[in-house]
Structure formats: C-alpha cells, structure tokens
Design a protein around this ligand. Structure first.
Ligand code: GSH
Length: 216
C-alpha cells in the first residue's frame, strides 16, 4: 500500500483546488493525479459515485470534496479551535459552497441563458459576495484568516474562489476591499506562493458545457 496520498481529479482547478491548496500550504507530499476529460470514460466506473475528486490516504478512500476537506481538517487540526470557531468555520465553508454552486450553475449549464449570466455578473454576484464579506469582517481576531489566528479549511475554499474572481472579474473584486486584502495576504504565504507559480497548478478553472475549458 502506497504511503503517499493521492488526489485524483480532472486537469482543472475545479472542486480539487482547495484540497491542493491545503496540501501544498501545509507541506504534505501527495500525488497530484490529473485526468483529461477525454480519458475520463475509461476510469469513471472505478471511482466511488463515478465522480471526482477522490483522495486516497493509505487504506482510506474518500470521494466528495467536502468530505476530503473535513478529513484533512480533522487530521491536521484545521477546523478551528473551540465550539464558536468551529461553527464559524462551518458557516463560512457553506457560504462559499453556495457561491461555488451558483457559479457552476451559471457558467457550467447549457440551459443558462446569456441574459441570466449577465444578471449574475452585473448584479447578483456583488450582492452575494458583499454578504460573505460582511461575515468575514465580523471576526473576533484582527488576523486576516477567516477563523482565529491560523488557517482553517475555509481559507483554502475562500482563496480559491476569490482567486477566480481576481482573474475573471477584477473590477468586482476592487469593490470588495476586505476579500481583496485577504486574497493578497494569503497569496504571499510561502508554500502558496510556490504552488501558484508551479506547473502543478492547472491553468483552467473548470470544464464548461460541451467539455470546453474555461477560461479558454
Ligand atoms: N459532490 C461532489 C460532486 C463531484 C462532481 O460533480 N464531480 C464532477 C467534476 S466537478 C465529475 O466528476 N464529473 C464527471 C461525471 O459526472 O462524469 C463533490 O463535491 O466532490
């Protein structure tokens, strides 16, 4: 049995990117196995639920991206210290998950009209993110992490999604000063900086309708 954990996912950032960021940041050696969409059909039936990501650590095989993050959070003490912090961590993760799911439905579904996409980009997105930013600012600590004085799993979800906003909607991010500040701060962490500049990080954010890579 291999002692090096393996993360199996497409060759995009997508649902695996917070997991990659966490592993990279805390310096875990892992096999970053990336599958191109054209090769997926051949391995689909070998994965639990026939989907990815899947994380394998010794004799533990974990499908479901949030279960993987919770596993890593428990294993490496990244879920917050004490009840209040743990609840704050859970709430923030859910808020980012809602935003991520909304993004997936707006940009990943063929059925979404151009008009609905435009409404999301022009108005809805700022409202959703302003609420998340208000939550972020209502923290007990002056530190720039989402919970307490050290990273928790939510910092990796938040960084991944804000990084997408920074690259796709830079003007929007300039209206969200606290999220922008967090993004800049977190991107300077030593191992995060190394990862962002490395070829281990996929270029593409996600596969859109018809398997098109986004952004092209
Ligand atoms: N709830 C799951 C969703 C997993 C999921 O939808 N994975 C997609 C990629 S993001 C997938 O494997 N799609 C391939 C397929 O359905 O054939 C999670 O969060 O891990």
């Amino acid at each position: 049995m291999s002692t090096t954990p393996e993360l199996l996912y497409f060759d995009i950032r997508g649902r695996a990117e917070p997991i990659r960021l966490l592993l990279e940041d805390i310096g875990i050696q892992y096999t970053n196995k990336q599958v191109n969409l054209k090769d997926w059909a051949a391995i689909r039936s070998t994965t639990p639920f026939h989907r990815m990501p899947v994380y394998t650590d010794g004799d533990i095989e974990i499908p479901e991206s949030f279960a993987i993050m919770n596993y890593l959070g428990r294993k490496y003490d990244l879920l917050g210290k004490g009840m209040k912090s743990q609840v704050r961590c859970d709430v923030a993760v859910e808020a980012w998950r809602d935003y991520g799911n909304r993004l997936a439905s707006v940009f990943g579904a063929l059925s979404t009209s151009e008009a609905a996409r435009k409404t999301f980009i022009d108005t809805e997105q700022l409202s959703l993110l302003s609420d998340i930013e208000t939550f972020y600012l209502n923290k007990a600590s002056a530190a720039l992490y989402w919970v307490g004085n050290a990273p928790t799993v939510v910092d990796y979800f938040a960084f991944h999604l804000i990084d997408g906003i920074a690259s796709q909607f830079p003007r929007l991010l300039s209206q969200l000063g606290a999220l922008k500040e967090f993004h800049e701060y977190f991107s300077e962490r030593t191992n995060i900086k190394i990862y962002l500049a490395s070829n281990r990080r996929p270029e593409a954010l996600f596969y859109g309708p018809n398997g098109k890579v986004f952004p092209r």
